[in-house]
Ligand binder design. Structure first.
Ligand code: SF4
Length: 240
């Protein structure tokens, strides 16, 4: 894909990925920038510590966030999904790019999938799935660092594995979940699992910005008569 919006989207994705991977490892005033330690009920947001008794602040913040997301969706449609959702950012900007880099575009991938198991196919598939596994492992470690903190994660990584069976099992479990999501489940997360994805159908209206098939312009299908016009008044990009 090419174009101005795609270039912006790629830039936003890289900033987002840098922030996501560095978040639990950066400190502010001696406190981790972000920590969501549900085990010790301690939360750090932008270096400020919150305890369970401060939870009403988080609840107010969450309510404001949900209202913001709902209003934002009504006006701008699926902008969050396309630009800021971790599922999309990782899938489109990391995993899909690796897949295209190793196996080629969708036509080349279809040909490769249908082809017999040659050395070339085995090498490509092993390279792709090994990279997928390594990135899933990195995401899993970062995810755990958000929950238990970077020091506890470093202890698990450097200490005798026998002392951290629980921590290592959780890392492997999350690695497996991320690997399955990004290698196989993919868009099914959006169409069947994500509650926000399901909610969008009731949040969008005719004024919302969206990229979608326009039945008024598109139906009936087939060649249009010269001078018949577009066949409708709605535009694909409803910038009103
Ligand atoms: S539907 Fe859900 S998972 Fe999919 S991109 Fe949107 S917010 Fe992310």
């Amino acid at each position: 894909m090419k174009g101005r919006f795609y270039r912006w989207r790629t830039a936003v994705a890289w900033v987002f990925l840098a922030a996501l991977f560095s978040g639990p490892f950066l400190s502010y005033n001696g406190q981790p920038l972000f920590l969501f330690n549900v085990l010790e009920r301690k939360f750090n947001i932008f270096g400020v510590t919150f305890w369970p008794q401060d939870f009403y602040l988080v609840a107010i913040g969450l309510l404001a966030f949900i209202v913001f997301i709902a209003l934002f969706t009504v006006v701008y449609g699926r902008v969050f999904c396309g630009w800021a959702c971790p599922q999309t950012v990782f899938l489109e900007m990391v995993f899909r790019k690796i897949e295209i880099w190793i196996e080629g575009d969708s036509n080349a991938r279809r040909r490769l999938d249908a082809a017999p198991w040659t050395t070339d196919k085995i090498l490509k598939k092993s390279a792709k799935y090994s990279l997928f596994f390594l990135i899933s492992f990195a995401i899993s470690n970062t995810f755990l660092a958000y929950i238990i903190g970077k020091d506890a994660l470093l202890t698990i990584m450097t200490d005798n594995p026998a002392n951290h069976i629980g921590g290592l099992s959780i890392i492997l479990l999350f690695t497996g979940v991320f690997y399955t999501v990004f290698a196989y489940v993919r868009e099914y997360v959006c169409t069947t699992i994500c509650p926000y994805g399901r909610l969008q159908s009731v949040l969008l209206d005719k004024q919302s910005v969206m990229v979608a098939y326009d039945d008024v312009r598109g139906e009936p299908r087939g060649k249009k008569e010269r001078g018949a016009g577009a066949g409708g008044t709605r535009s694909l990009w409803n910038w009103r």
